[in-house]
Design a protein around this ligand. Sequence first.
Ligand SMILES: *Cc1c(COP(=O)(O)O)cnc(C)c1O
Length: 366
Amino acid sequence: MPIYNFSAGPAVLPKEVLQQAAAEMLDWQGSGMSVMEMSHRGKEFMSILAAAQHDFRELFAVPDNYKLLFMQGGAIAENAIVPLNLLGRKGQPATSDYINTGSWSTKSLKEARRYGNVNVAASSEDRHFAQIPERDSWQLSKDPAYVHICTNETIDGVEYQFTPDIATETNNAPLVADMSSHILSRVVDVSKYGAIYGGAQKNIGPAGLTLVLVREDLLGHALPACPSAFNWKIVADNDSMYNTPPTYAIYIAGLVFQWLKRQGGVAAMEQRNIAKAALLYDYLDSTDFYRTKIASSCRSRMNVPFFLADETLNESFLGGAKEQGLLQLKGHKSVGGMRASIYNAMPLEGVQALVAYLKEFEKRRG
Ligand SMILES: *Cc1c(COP(=O)(O)O)cnc(C)c1O
């Protein structure tokens, strides 16, 4: 029986990648060493790093005037690293704008309050984060240091289906996005953003690696208190080698990038992700036995929260799913119900198996 893992993160990886990593575990390409045992400055690891950087830039169509940084600390560390690096562009105390669309943007803006003034320019909290606040309702500052959004809310299940244009109202403030849970799942116009960040463990690779893209003109303004290892300019000047990078996580991420290229790249993945999400949502919409709360215009293609109308059946639903090889469907504790995370590495067959189980369970218990 095939196993399908719907974890929100750390999440499923392509089987081919894990098989290659297993085959190379003890001896990477005749070097006599595991990648975990290599000096990060040796020629073997330097070639792994260069390939990963090159392949990511190609896949995500990163313009030349952006630095790609491989950091540590996850998106939660970046919540502090962003203000530490960008508030210094303005006189102190500086203001940054945040759009609150769910659990992760709430965390981001709370962290930012430790370093400067935060203007919550729009929030959907009063609508239980079931939609993205309409763009024309945003109350942006006139000259913020930056504007922060979370483009896919992993817990709440909302995703931006548009790229907000903020330049004219904000004196060209850079748009900063936490893309942890949908980076590489869809085509993005990087040039619309000043900085993009994301932890790797949702849609890219193992935990421990954080990707950052930052436009070059935004470097060099870190606050004096910013730790050197978190100073984007220092990390960029050292090609992500100021401190020892998470070498094994970079190696696996590199294998995922190669796998993505074999799948046809990000545009091809996006088409598959659209089809996968539509299959699941179409079924959920067709029945009263299951419910979804997210406005159809902002449904995430990656994270699909749903509920059984009769929540006393939750345990039985999860137990039956596990017997069918459908793992980690339990919703986040703050939302309850169920959540299916259907990242790049989840094949269409996995979503088909989930929908078949949804139907079967409904027939049996509905
Ligand atoms: C998972 C997640 C985070 C937290 O990432 P860490 O790696 O635990 O720091 C932040 N933002 C989003 C959108 C996430 O999905």
